[in-house]
Ligand binder design. Structure first.
Ligand code: GLY
Length: 322
C-alpha cells in the first residue's frame, strides 16, 4: 500500500494515505486528496487561486484513471468549478465518454450539482495584471518601477520566474496510490501554464500524456511542460516500459532521454538540454516508486507503512540548461 505525489501534494498524500488505510479504493482516495490541493488558494497552479490564462480567466484541466478497470476520464479548459478531478471522476462513473472540454465540461459539472464561482483570487489577479504590465513594450501598458511592485506579486515572480520580469511556467499536482491487492489509480489536476492562450489544453486531462494507470504494469503522471508529454505520450510510454521489465527509475529516465532527444533544437540549450522542465512520478502495483526530473533538484512525496516523507527526484541532467 503506497501513495506518491508531486512536491506540492502534501495535504493530498496525508488525506489519500489515511483513506487508503481505512479501505477506500485507490482512485477515491487519490481524488479526495487532490480536492484539498484544488481548494488551496495559495497553490497557484491548481484549482481555486490558479494563475489565469492570457485573458485573466482561470481554466482548469484534470483527469483520473483507474488501473483496475482501465477506465478514466478528463475535463479540459473548465471554468468556474474548482474541483475538476471530481468532475472527471463523475464523468468516468456516469458515462462512457473520456473527455469533455470548455462549455460542455461546465454543463456536465453544473448538471451534477458542482458549485460555480469565480476562481480568480485577488492575489492571482494581481500576478496576472503585473504580467500584463511587464510583458510588452509594444502595447499601452507601462512597466512598473521595480520598487513599486506589490511584494506578494514580486515574491511569486521571484519564485517562478527567477525575478519580477522573467518567463516561466508553473505547476500542477499529481497523486497516485496502490493498495495491498495491487490496485493502482492516479489523478492529475492543473490550471495549466501561467498566462496560457485561452483554450490551451495541456497534458493533464489527456490519458496517456499527463497520466496513465494499469494494474498490469503501473502508473505514471507528470508535471511540467505538457506539450512534451502530448507529443510523446509519455505516461503511456513509461507504463509500457514498466510492463517490459524496467524499474520505475529506469523507465522514467529513459522517457526523459527520449523526450530530450526529440525536442526541437530551438527549445534546447547549446548542450542539447531542453530549456523546459518535466517531472514524471511512477508507481508499480507492488509499491515501487520513482520521481524523475529533466533537471533537478526537486523532491516528491511518498507515504507507506514507514511514514510520509520527501524523496529526491532523479535528474536526467544535473545542471539547469543555460
Ligand atoms: N503539465 C501541465 C500543463 O502543461 O498544463
Amino acid at each position: 500500500m503506497k501513495v506518491i505525489a508531486s512536491h506540492n501534494g502534501l495535504a493530498a498524500v496525508e488525506r489519500a494515505w489515511e483513506l487508503l488505510q481505512s479501505g477506500t479504493p485507490p482512485l477515491a482516495a487519490v481524488v479526495a486528496g487532490i480536492t484539498l490541493v484544488e481548494d488551496d488558494p495559495e497553490e497557484h497552479s491548481v484549482g481555486y487561486g490558479g494563475i489565469p490564462n492570457e485573458a485573466g480567466i482561470v481554466e482548469l484541466d484534470a483527469a483520473v484513471m483507474d488501473g483496475r478497470t482501465l477506465r478514466g476520464a478528463g475535463v479540459a479548459a473548465l471554468r468556474n468549478v474548482r474541483h475538476p478531478a471530481r468532475v472527471a471522476m463523475r464523468l468516468m462513473e456516469q458515462t462512457n465518454r473520456v473527455l469533455l472540454v470548455g462549455e460542455g465540461a461546465l454543463a456536465f459539472a453544473r448538471a451534477n450539482g458542482f458549485a460555480e464561482e469565480n476562481l480568480l483570487t485577488d492575489k492571482a489577479r494581481r500576478i496576472w495584471l503585473h504580467w500584463k504590465r511587464i510583458r510588452s513594450e509594444l502595447d499601452d501598458w507601462r512597466t512598473p518601477a521595480a520598487d513599486s511592485v506589490d511584494p506578494d506579486v514580486a515574491a511569486w515572480f521571484e519564485k517562478h520566474f527567477g525575478g519580477p520580469a522573467g518567463h516561466a511556467k508553473v505547476g500542477t499536482v499529481h497523486v497516485a496510490a496502490c493498495d495491498d491487492a495491487g490496485n493502482i489509480a492516479c489523478s492529475t489536476s492543473t490550471s495549466g501554464h501561467a498566462f496560457k492562450l485561452p483554450g490551451r489544453v495541456g497534458d493533464s486531462p489527456i490519458l496517456g500524456a499527463g497520466l496513465f494507470a494499469d494494474n498490469g504494469a503501473g502508473s505514471c503522471g507528470s508535471l511540467g511542460h505538457g506539450e512534451a508529454n502530448l507529443l510523446n505520450c509519455s505516461s503511456f510510454a513509461v507504463v509500457e516500459m514498466l510492463r517490459a521489465g524496467r524499474t520505475p527509475a529506469e523507465a522514467g529516465l529513459e522517457m526523459l532521454r527520449r523526450i530530450a532527444d526529440r525536442t526541437p533544437r530551438d527549445q534546447c540549450d547549446a548542450a542539447g538540454r531542453p530549456r523546459f522542465n518535466l517531472w514524471l512520478y511512477i508507481l508499480t502495483p507492488d509499491g515501487r516508486e520513482a520521481g524523475v526530473t529533466m533537471w533537478g533538484p526537486k523532491e516528491f512525496l511518498v507515504a507507506d507503512s514507514a511514514g510520509i516523507r520527501r524523496q529526491a527526484c532523479q535528474p536526467l541532467f544535473e545542471n539547469r540548461p543555460s
